[in-house]
Write a protein of this length. Structure first.
Length: 249
């Protein structure tokens, strides 16, 4: 089972790294703030933040000083990613809403306050189950599940337009995959947070929780890869299916 567990984590790391770099590059090259924000969100929460946090936890017993430094970097990356995703959700789905803007900026300020609090307390894995960890992770779950809901609602709307030939099948499918991937990442994180709140134990202390995180990570990895780096065969499948449904309608 341990080998399978690592497949999920490694797949998530590779997919999020590839997708995140691609989106950041597109955002910079095309001066597209939306691509830049979502790329920073994927990289910050995923391969940089989660990856370095995992390394920090693994080396903590033998290299506590190095572990704290790595964890500091990981928390900065996660904080950046969470803020980017809140801003993305606001700018893409509700750009005219003052209430949503206040929510996004309020969450961003909260994340920054938490990071500053961690710097005062000390970046130490001993505080992993403390109030700042719980608050930051709750905000992380919030931006992921919020983004998932928005993407799936938008996908539902685009499906109706697709049946009328008014939407691109690949873009429509991308919203579904993005919603699925964000849901998997958010749900996996929420389960881990709930277990830590109730038991005080870490992910790697409970084999079933580690497996759950791996499965959610693998689901998110597959969804992200197909959404932003789809193989030619998958693109043809989506286009053929859309054409068949259009003819049937």
């Amino acid at each position: 089972m341990e080998s399978f567990v690592w497949i999920g984590f490694v797949a998530f790391f590779i997919a999020a790294l590839a997708v995140g770099i691609r989106l950041v590059a597109l955002g910079v090259r095309n001066r597209d703030p939306h691509a830049l924000l979502i790329g920073l969100g994927v990289l910050g929460i995923g391969p940089v933040g989660f990856g370095l946090a995992t390394v920090a936890q693994l080396i903590e017993p033998t290299r506590p000083d190095l572990s704290r430094a790595v964890l500091c970097t990981a928390l900065f990356a996660i904080s950046t990613g969470v803020i980017a995703k809140y801003l993305f959700n606001w700018r893409v789905y509700h750009p005219e809403s003052i209430g949503v803007r206040i929510l996004a900026f309020g969450a961003g300020v909260g994340v920054m306050v938490i990071f500053v609090s961690d710097s005062v307390i000390g970046f130490d894995l001993a505080f992993r189950n403390g109030p700042t960890y719980m608050a930051r992770t709750s905000l992380q779950v919030g931006c992921l599940l919020w983004g998932s809901t928005e993407a799936l609602v938008y996908w539902s709307r685009m499906r109706r337009r697709l049946r009328l030939g008014l939407a691109d099948p690949l873009v429509t499918n991308r919203f579904f995959l993005w919603g699925l991937g964000a849901w998997a990442a958010g749900q996996g994180t929420a389960i881990g947070l709930g277990v830590q709140l109730s038991t005080g134990q870490e992910i790697f202390d409970l084999p079933w929780l580690t497996l759950s995180s791996s499965i959610h990570g693998l689901t998110a990895a597959i969804a992200m890869w197909l959404a932003f780096l789809p193989p030619a065969g998958y693109r043809r499948f989506i286009e053929r299916r859309a054409a068949a449904h259009a003819v049937a309608a």
